[in-house]
Design a protein around this ligand. Structure first.
Ligand SMILES: NC(=O)c1ccc[n+]([C@@H]2O[C@H](COP(=O)([O-])OP(=O)(O)OC[C@H]3O[C@@H](n4cnc5c(N)ncnc54)[C@H](O)[C@@H]3O)[C@@H](O)[C@H]2O)c1
Length: 342
């Protein structure tokens, strides 16, 4: 039997590029669909996947999840692959190129940016997800994994956040779009019986993290000797997930298809913003300058994942502490940007 083909949307992004690697390591074929948009530098996305381009089990499609014809072509095996050094005869037969599973990560992913252009979030995060669900039902996809977000919990009074909690108030257009996409997943499962797993990710960090996100942004400002923006009183608390733990969550979900389930992917631990800053100061070996600013719309005081269901059902077991994760991330950053401790 040939290798199973997985479609990873947004596979050139931060999380997607790590997932592509994990899947190739587990001997899957991977089709990566990404439009390399400029939500941050497309060059970073090119770098994220450069080391897998020559892998014969990896196929890159530069395209948009809003292009429904392209999606049909991918699922029917009719798309024309990009030319590369690999010869045509090495390519798998058309049938083998049809994806049987989808991991859907492509999205407009920034909370802050969603206040500036909320309409794009409806286009990509909602309509794009709906497009993929439509093709998934037409081509009898065996498993659909959707990357959702801790943001859907909004200002949830009860902590830690559990997948069973009622979701009353999303506080950014991004969160509302993700919640809306989750609802479409639920509806499409009900109507067409597509097996769907929703993973609600809690702030993922590590090598290749998006430059707009805390930790990456902080590290880069610290090395540039610039102040880091501290919103509010520094007491906001977050559940941060190191990217290798996040990958464990995805791979465990891949290996255990569900009818329809929602899981939190987090560390199940909290760190206060000020403690995180102290940790960054220690690991970078630089003095951290801070610029204190008011809280912004969309900020939530706490994100905290109840991961008991994920542990119990998927065997998920996050291993990297925030101390270990920040250390690794700073080392990566210094290597990548050729910085040395003074
Ligand atoms: N990073 C986190 O902490 C985090 C937390 C919660 C949820 N998520 C979700 O995980 C997913 C990946 O996040 P990330 O941090 O890797 O973001 P990212 O921006 O690095 O990756 C998203 C990728 O999707 C691609 N993309 C965007 N619109 C597209 C379109 N219309 N067609 C094809 N490709 C498109 C982008 O070019 C990018 O490479 C997103 O769905 C995000 O909402 C991330």
């Amino acid at each position: 039997m040939g290798k199973e083909t997985i479609l990873v949307t947004g596979g050139a992004g931060f999380i997607g590029s790590h997932l592509v690697e994990s899947l190739l390591q587990e001997d899957y074929r991977v089709i990566c669909l990404d439009n390399f948009n400029d939500s941050y530098s497309p060059l970073l996305k090119e770098q994220n996947i450069r080391h897998v381009l020559e892998n014969p089990d990896f196929e890159l499609i530069r395209g948009d999840i809003l292009d429904i014809k392209l999606l049909h072509d991918i699922f029917s095996g009719n798309y024309l692959p990009e030319p590369r050094t690999q010869t045509q005869t090495q390519r798998p037969k058309t049938d083998d190129r049809r994806p049987t599973k989808v991991v859907h990560l492509a999205a407009m992913a920034g909370v802050r940016a969603s206040f500036i252009s909320p309409d794009i979030y409806i286009d990509v995060d909602v309509k794009g997800t709906l497009n993929l669900l439509e093709v998934a039902r037409n081509y009898d996809v065996k498993q659909f994994i959707f990357a959702s977000s801790s943001s859907v919990y909004g200002i949830n009074k009860k902590v830690p956040f559990s997948p069973d909690d009622p979701l009353l108030l999303q506080v950014s257009p991004y969160a509302a779009a993700k919640r809306c996409a989750e609802l479409y997943c639920r509806t499409y499962h009900h109507l067409y019986n597509i097996p769907i797993t929703i993973l609600r990710l809690f702030t993922v960090y590590g090598p290749r993290q998006r430059p707009d996100m805390a930790i990456r942004k902080f590290i880069s400002l610290i090395f540039d000797d610039k102040p880091i923006p501290v919103f509010g009183d520094g007491k906001s608390r977050r559940d941060y997930t190191y990217v290798s733990d996040c990958m464990e969550g995805f791979m465990k979900a891949m290996n255990k298809p569900m009818d329809f389930e929602i899981f939190n992917i987090g560390s199940g631990k909290l760190i206060e913003l000020q403690e995180l800053i102290n940790l960054l100061e220690r690991e970078t070996g630089r003095e951290v300058k801070m610029e204190h600013l008011d809280n912004q719309a969309g900020d939530v005081p706490i994100t905290y994942a109840d991961i008991s269901k994920t542990r119990r059902t998927l065997g998920y077991n996050p291993k990297i502490s925030i101390e270990g994760g920040v250390k690794r991330f700073v080392e990566w950053y210094k290597r990548e940007y050729k910085l040395r401790k003074e």
